[in-house]
Design a protein around this ligand. Structure first.
Ligand code: ACO
Length: 327
């Protein structure tokens, strides 16, 4: 048990909403295909001229405001993202600058595919438990719209942009992280990747011409792995927490695809009415998906004091995991 409190949540979705119907005007797809295969109806997309960090800054400000955590009191900032503001120095410094964290607290990025936010929760909890920080700000932020090929109907319809944040503060043993399960399966590293732009294959005229800077995905493989990975992690985290699945009040799965979520829930035998879903409006926002969902649930009064909440995700790597909290 790691004693901590989610003292505040926040989220930000760009103003521009793009529906399946909108996409079908320029792409060989249909609302019917996207809706039935993925559960997605619309997504929010960031304007091309807006720096993505602005989304993370807005979400973090909201979480800090609700937690009553002023910028000069933040002791740790972790940013989970797959597509950083710049390759060097990543996203965290841009968000720290935007938040006015002038007292030089530690900040860094975590890259663990779409499971980045769950990994960041575990890392922040461990750092708080070891006394490195008494509070932490975690931001999940993604602008994948800049890295999907808008001519590839197999991938571009799936994603949306956004950011979510939580502010964690130290607390007694009555609430906090009850159980954690984190894993990585490197045999699956080919499922999701952007092959060019890193040191293995730096940008060149050839990489641009062959569209290697865009996200590539093996959809079937992702689907199959995602379900079994989140199932394994959730069962393991519950066992480590010393609880049964029936004790979990709310399951918040990464919003990758409604069919993945429904298959997971069936395999776990978990009641569907205690599974939170917003993929229809938000699509897959990768590392931002769980903190956005969490913020919506907290603001709606769905999640309340003492509830047991399970956050589960999988993503590129393949990284996957579950964190179970007592609220
Ligand atoms: N509109 C219309 N037709 C489409 C579209 C589209 N948007 N996308 C694919 N198709 C077509 C394909 O071209 C193919 O046609 P063909 O047989 O003539 O070539 C047909 O539909 C079937 O394509 P598949 O890719 O085999 O479709 P599948 O039934 O596997 O569904 C999907 C695709 C929805 C992506 C599925 O594989 C899936 O859910 N995978 C999980 C992927 C996922 O959720 N990724 C999220 C990102 S990863 C993450 O969050 C960690």
């Amino acid at each position: 048990m790691i004693g901590l409190r989610v003292a505040g949540t926040g989220s930000f979705l760009p103003e521009r909403v793009v529906t399946n119907e909108d996409l079908s005007r320029t792409l060989d797809t249909s609302d019917e295909w996207i809706r039935t295969r993925t559960g997605i109806v619309s997504r929010h997309l960031l304007d091309p001229d807006t720096p993505p960090a602005t989304m993370g800054i807005a979400a973090a400000r909201e979480a800090m405001g609700r937690a009553g955590l002023p910028p000069d009191a933040v002791e740790l900032l972790i940013v989970a993202t797959n597509v950083p503001e710049e390759l060097i120095p990543g996203s965290a410094p841009f968000i720290a600058a935007g938040l006015g964290l002038h007292h030089e607290p530690p900040f860094f990025d975590i890259k663990a595919g779409c499971a980045g936010f769950v990994f960041a929760m575990a890392v922040a909890g461990a750092m708080m438990a070891s006394g490195i920080a008494r509070n932490a700000l975690i931001v999940g932020i993604e602008a994948l719209s800049r890295f999907v090929d808008w001519g590839d109907r197999k991938t571009c319809v799936l994603f949306g942009d956004g950011a979510g944040a939580v502010a964690l503060t130290a607390a007694g043993e009555e609430r906090g992280i009850l159980g954690v399960s984190l894993h990585g399966d490197a045999d699956k590293l080919g499922l999701l990747r952007i092959p060019a732009g890193g040191v293995r294959l730096p940008a060149s005229a050839e990489t641009v011409a062959s569209r290697k800077h865009f996200l590539q995905m093996k959809g079937r493989g992702v689907y199959q792995s995602a379900v079994t990975m989140m199932e394994r992690a959730t069962l393991e985290a519950a066992e480590r927490a010393g609880i049964s699945l029936a004790d979990i009040d709310w399951l918040l799965p990464h919003q990758a695809n409604l069919r993945i979520i429904e298959a997971l829930v069936r395999r776990l035998g978990f009641p569907r009415d205690r599974v939170l879903v917003n993929i229809d409006r938000v699509a897959n926002t990768s590392t931002a998906s769980i903190p956005i969902l969490l913020d919506e649930a907290v603001r709606a009064g769905t999640i309340g004091d003492g509830d047991i909440v399970a956050l589960t995700a999988f993503g590129a790597g393949a990284c996957y995991g579950t964190v179970i909290l007592r609220w």
